[in-house]
Structure formats: C-alpha cells, structure tokens
Design a protein around this ligand. Structure first.
Ligand SMILES: [Zn+2]
Length: 427
C-alpha cells in the first residue's frame, strides 16, 4: 500500500536557449584573443597527435581492414600538457584548459570520421578558430558582456539597441562565442513546467501540412515555402555550374548565395512555426519520423521530393525547438501504413489514390486527411474511432506587411505572417 501513496515531486527544470548574433565591433581586440587561442590549440593538438595510436585491425575471413584509433588518456597527459601550454600562454590561464578540451573534441570528431571511412589518417588542421567563453571568464553588465582576455584586460560587447534587445530582457546569458566577424550570444531561460492539453497530428505532404486536432482537420499551406526553396534550388544549381568554371569568383558567389538562401528559408519557417504554435499552445504535436535510410533508398527521386523532404525536416526541427516556449512538445511517430489503413476498422488497403477507400467497411476520406487521422490515432492509442469529423479548415500564410490598429509596426521587429482561413465541410 505504501507504494501507492502519492508523493509530491518537483519536475525537472529545462532550459531553452535562444541564440542571437551581433557583428564583432572589437575586431582588433578579438584578434589578439583568437590568434593567441589558436596558438594554444595548435600546440595542444600537436602534443596529443604524437601520442595518438593508429592500428589496423583485420576482421573475419574476408579480410576487412579497420582502423582503430586510441587517443591518449586525458588523465595521464593533462598535467604535463598544461605546463607546456602555460609556458607559451599569454591569455588568462582558463584558456589553457579550454584549449586542451577543444583539442580533444577535434581529435574525437576526427576519429569518428576516420572509423566511418570519411576522413584520412592525416592530422586534422585548424581552419577557422572561434572561442567559446566560459562562464568564469565573462561578466554580464547591463545589456553587455565583459570578457576577460587576461587579468585586467577585457573586451566588452553590447547588445543594447539591437533588434532583439527587448526580447532578451531578463534572460540569462550562457557562454558567448567569439568569431573573427561575429559574436554569438546564447540566452537561456528556465521553462515553466506544464502539461500539454491538446493533440495535433501532422502529416507532411508536398504543398501542405495536413493536421487533425481531435475535432477538425486543419490544412496548412506550405506552398510558399516550397516554391521559395524550389526556386532557390534551381538557381543554386546554375550558380554551381558557374562556380565550377570560375574558381575564386564562383566560390564567393556560391557562398554568398547559400547564405542568403538559408536565411530566407529559415526566416519563413520561423514565422510559420510561430503561427502554428500560437494557434495550438499547450499541445502535443505528432509528426512522422522521417527516415533517413528510406530517403536514400530511392536514389532517383526527383528534385520536388527531395526539396519537400528537407522542408519538412526543417519545419519539424524548428517546431521541436520552439514548442517548449508555448508549453507544447513534439513527438515523432512511425509513419508506417498511416496513409493506407482505415481509421475505423483497421483494414490495410493496397491501392490508395487521391482518396482512401476502405474495402471492408466503405469508409472514404481524402488520402492526406486520412493519414493525419491515423497519426492522431497512433499517438492517442485508440485503435479506431466511430465518428469522423466533417469540418475542414485551410490555413494559408500570407507574406507582407500588416499594421496593428492602423499603426505600422516597429520596423525593427520581425514581421509575422498574415493568415487567411478557409472553412469547408467535407461531404
Ligand atoms: Zn474500414
């Protein structure tokens, strides 16, 4: 009986991170930090590299050679390495520990790639170095952060009067990352613990996300996002062929273009997901688990399919990351047979056209809506339901400016998407 007693408990606290970047306006001072840090990191890497053991292992009868790499044990080398680095160090001594840890993570990543056959046995080279500042080396002062380079020498970065300053008011700053041209500021805050009250299942299709919320079907148009991505993909392939002919100039162009493409798509997805989360707060979202292997199996799939898959993937991951802000969370559901089975009697149909028609009980519904219904059932655990809703809502996000109460909005703030609703009845 004692085991059945209800005990009070404190739910685990969860942090949500939101990262903003600002331009590095202290380039000269940062250069001292980054360059000196690079020296430390290179030295640590050189030191450890000599101690890395590389062995070829023959496996089984069909001689398959595998590489086994053993990194030196951190405990054994730490003290000596630390002393070595401290001799040449001009920065605060915390950076020495940081360099050792970073050198280890570079080697671990390299080992993973070698063992997968994706990297050569050569020593990994340092390209662009960035420095993540430990919490002991940074101090938040108002809307700015003071970073210790060495005792009594600091660099300060400020985010006051930036477009996001209002959003991060009262949030805690994590560990800033300093790059040559940019500074990344991860802000975090504690989540209030809540229980999702509603369910929404989402079936991802070429131009739409078809959802079911337990009462009605809701279709979100993602045509805009799709065509954004599609147009850009075509343009990118053109630039790619240009880049292959013009070495330096082409590379620069491609880099610039990819950057812009990423930003535009990301911007749209964030606004779209915001709208979705506003419409369904405190909700458990069920999406299909997108199987990577399945994706690569049909290698000759066309561009459309490829693009829509990447579109869903980003929508899913942004949704997953933002949902906790609205007290919601995302669950991934195995999509097996969701478009082929009957939600009423469980029959699995072999042939499914635009509409699903059950050969056993005669149940008929649009294929995409049917899939969302089945995902909903998978999540909520009922095997079948009696009443199928006949209400359908179309949600069409529209781009462009809008004004609130006749006043135009703060131009510094990101614009949201306008939404048009379409209500329909399914016969
Ligand atoms: Zn049926």
């Amino acid at each position: 009986m004692r085991n059945l007693r209800i005990r009070s408990f404190t739910p685990e606290e969860e942090y949500v991170y939101i990262t903003y970047s600002i331009n590095n306006d202290k380039k000269e001072e940062s250069k001292i930090l980054i360059e000196n840090y690079r020296v430390l990191l290179q030295k640590a890497l050189d030191y450890l590299w000599v101690k890395v053991e590389k062995k070829e292992v023959k496996k089984g009868k069909k001689v398959i050679t595998k590489v086994k790499i053993t990194l030196p044990k951190k405990k054994e080398v730490y003290k000596v390495l630390r002393n070595e680095l401290e001799k040449i160090n001009v920065l605060a001594s915390h950076y020495v520990d940081k360099a050792i840890n970073d050198a280890y993570s570079i080697l671990k990543a390299w080992r993973r790639r070698v063992e997968k056959g994706k990297a050569s046995m050569r020593k990994p080279t340092l390209r662009k170095v960035y420095v993540r500042i430990k919490s002991t080396l940074r101090k938040v002062e108002g809307e700015g952060v003071r970073i210790t380079v060495r005792p009594y020498q600091y660099i300060t970065f400020s985010w006051s009067h930036k477009w996001f300053s209002r959003r991060v008011k009262g949030l805690e700053l994590g560990e800033p990352v300093i790059k040559e041209d940019k500074v990344y500021l991860p802000f975090r805050y504690k989540l209030k613990w809540s229980t999702p009250l509603d369910f929404l299942s989402i079936d991802s299709n070429l131009y739409t996300l078809d959802a079911y919320d337990g009462e009605k079907f809701v279709t979100f148009s993602i045509k805009e996002l799709y065509s954004l991505k599609y147009g850009m993909e075509l343009k990118r392939s053109k630039i790619q062929s240009f880049a292959s002919k013009h070495d330096k100039k082409g590379k620069e162009l491609l880099r610039k273009y990819s950057h812009r493409e990423r930003n535009r798509v990301r911007d749209y997805i964030h606004k779209f997901v915001n709208k979705l989360l506003e419409m369904y707060p405190l909700t458990t979202f069920a999406v299909e688990k997108l199987n990577k292997q399945e994706m690569f199996r049909d290698a000759n799939e066309n561009l459309s399919k490829k693009i829509s898959k990447t579109v869903w993937k980003t929508v899913h991951s942004v949704l997953k990351y933002k949902a906790p802000l609205y007290g919601s969370f995302v669950k991934e559901v195995n999509p097996h047979l969701t478009s082929k089975s009957c939600p009423r009697c469980g029959w699995v149909s072999r042939k499914v056209g635009r509409t699903f028609r059950c050969e056993r009980c005669g149940f008929t519904l649009d294929r995409q809506l049917n899939a969302s219904l089945n995902i909903f059932l998978k999540m909520c655990g009922f095997s079948h339901i009696r009443e199928i809703p006949r209400v359908w809502v179309g949600v069409i996000p529209l781009k462009g400016r809008r004004s609130v109460n006749g006043l135009s909005r703060d131009p510094g703030e990101a614009q949201g998407l306008r939404i048009r609703y379409k209500f329909m009845k399914i016969q």
